[in-house]
Design a protein around this ligand. Structure first.
Ligand code: NAD
Ligand code: LMR
Length: 328
């Protein structure tokens, strides 16, 4: 007996992340090779993106994915999010040359207020929401605040790309396989202020910090490389990361839905006050996932250097929140 299909809403579905994401969701890489999906795809109500979305759907058709139980094109979040079990909020306005961050926050803030309200009104009460569109943490916070009837823990922001970038840099530094690295944490905002923290990381039981034993490399090479990787990709490609961002979104949702077997991953989640972060701040934390729920890893010691990094990324997030509070 095959499973009942679940509904997966994706916004910005005709964009470049959408193009790297939808085919993998439809092939079962996100929710399992036995889980049929119905894709509910949202694009702006403008002819060009709607036409492009139809083209993407034609290609999805042409893949004849056995798990693709249905798909719909939408231009209104109130229909796109109807009964949805998963919502990947990718669509948002990218920053244009000369645009102030405050202006971007305000434009995207309006989008995520509307989408938060629509999720509140029509989505499944258990909907798992992942915000990818930047500034991801603050957009997720806005959506959560705009959806008061949904549990706040249903809203998350994507820091998995930072986590994966950090894993890859550590694998290169230590000469060990990526998959052998356990217990990495990324704290804070999806921005250059995030703090990728390998103090607790292990490879086959040995401490990664002891293996590297080089604070200058951590401070002057590792953290800037991971923090500025998004900008480096834009510089190299002329476009922001898309395949790696889609891959991180798949990883985030798969682990949230199917579990991490005790392993740590990074998710941006609303704080309950852990590590002194004010309640509700959408903050990157190390988490474990089981039974469709995430749990923040608690009780880790925070040294002076780490506290300084956490304070810096928190200050940026609080500043972003303050900049959009008047919209709520
Ligand atoms: P893109 O411009 O190629 O695609 C975005 C799509 O979203 C467009 O098709 C646009 O029409 C659509 N869109 C805009 N507003 C919308 C709305 N209100 N409802 C539905 N659709 C809407 O951009 P992209 O490269 O796919 O990136 C999307 C977002 O993801 C950007 O904000 C980017 O900065 C962000 N991003 C985040 C991470 C992360 O790690 N969190 C990584 C990479 C990119
Ligand atoms: C990334 O980390 O690759 C993106 O968030 C960069 C960006 O500004 O789109």
């Amino acid at each position: 007996m095959s499973k009942k299909p679940v509904r997966v809403a994706v916004t910005g579905a005709a964009g470049q992340i959408g193009y790297a994401l939808l085919f993998r969701i439809a092939s079962g890489e996100m929710l399992g090779k036995d889980q049929p999906v119905i894709l509910q795809l949202l694009e702006v109500p403008v002819e060009g993106p709607q036409k492009a979305l139809k083209g993407v759907m034609m290609e999805l058709d042409d893949c004849a994915f056995p798990l693709l139980a249905g798909m719909e094109a939408h231009s209104d979040p109130m229909t796109a999010f109807k009964d949805t079990d998963y919502a990947l909020l990718v669509g948002s306005m990218p920053r244009k040359a000369g645009m102030e961050r405050a202006e971007l926050l305000s434009i995207n803030g309006q989008i995520f207020i509307g989408q938060g309200k629509a999720l509140d009104a029509v989505a499944s009460r258990d909907v798992k929401v992942l915000v990818v569109g930047n500034p991801a943490n603050t957009n997720a916070w806005i959506a959560m605040k705009s959806a008061p009837s949904l549990p706040r823990e249903n809203f998350t922001a994507m820091l998995r790309l930072d986590h994966n970038r950090a894993l890859s840099q550590l694998a290169a530094k230590t000469g060990k396989p990526v998959a052998s690295i356990q217990k990495l944490a990324v704290w804070g905002n999806h921005s250059p202020t995030m703090y990728a923290d390998y103090r607790f990381a292990t490879i086959e039981g040995a401490s990664v910090k002891d293996m590297i034993n080089d604070h200058a490399w951590n401070k002057d090479v590792f953290l800037p490389t991971v923090g500025k990787r998004g900008a480096a990709i834009i510089e190299a490609r002329g476009l922001s990361s898309a395949a790696s961002a889609a891959n991180a979104a798949i990883d985030h949702m798969r682990d949230w839905a199917l579990g991490t077997n005790g392993g740590w991953v990074t998710m941006g989640v609303p704080s309950n006050g852990e590590y002194g972060i004010p309640k509700d701040t959408m903050f990157g934390y190390p988490v474990t996932c089981e039974g469709g729920k995430y749990k923040i890893v608690e009780g880790l010691p925070v040294d002076e250097f780490s506290q300084g990094c956490i304070d810096k990324t928190l200050a940026e997030l609080v500043g972003e929140q303050d900049g959009v509070k008047h919209l709520l």
